[in-house]
Ligand binder design. Sequence first.
Ligand SMILES: [Zn+2]
Length: 127
Amino acid sequence: MVSSVVPAGSFCWNPACSQYGLVGQKTLRKFGVTRKGVQRWQCKTCQKVVVATKGTVFYGRHHTPETIVECLALAAERISLAAIHRTKGIKEETLTAWMQAAATHYEAVEARLLTGYQPGCVQMDAL
Ligand SMILES: [Zn+2]
């Protein structure tokens, strides 16, 4: 088991693999990107492929990380879920699920907030 937070692409996720959970072994190699442009990694030992968002709030979501971060940022500003729903068209149940996931994956969200997120003109107008 890993005891600290590391990127998904830094160890093998396959419990049946001899390299499972071993961080810093250079076990994985880059293996293209998904249709949404998310980096994929392949284990050199067992050939299993993972996407870089596995284990984060962004994994398996239909919406882009940018949309998720934007909505979480709005929620953090105490904008009501109903208001976010009206402006962004995201269902309140979906927003709630993102917030619950974000509570357990705050490092990934924070990293996104610090690196790539720039509010667009539409949000600035809304504000
Ligand atoms: Zn493996």
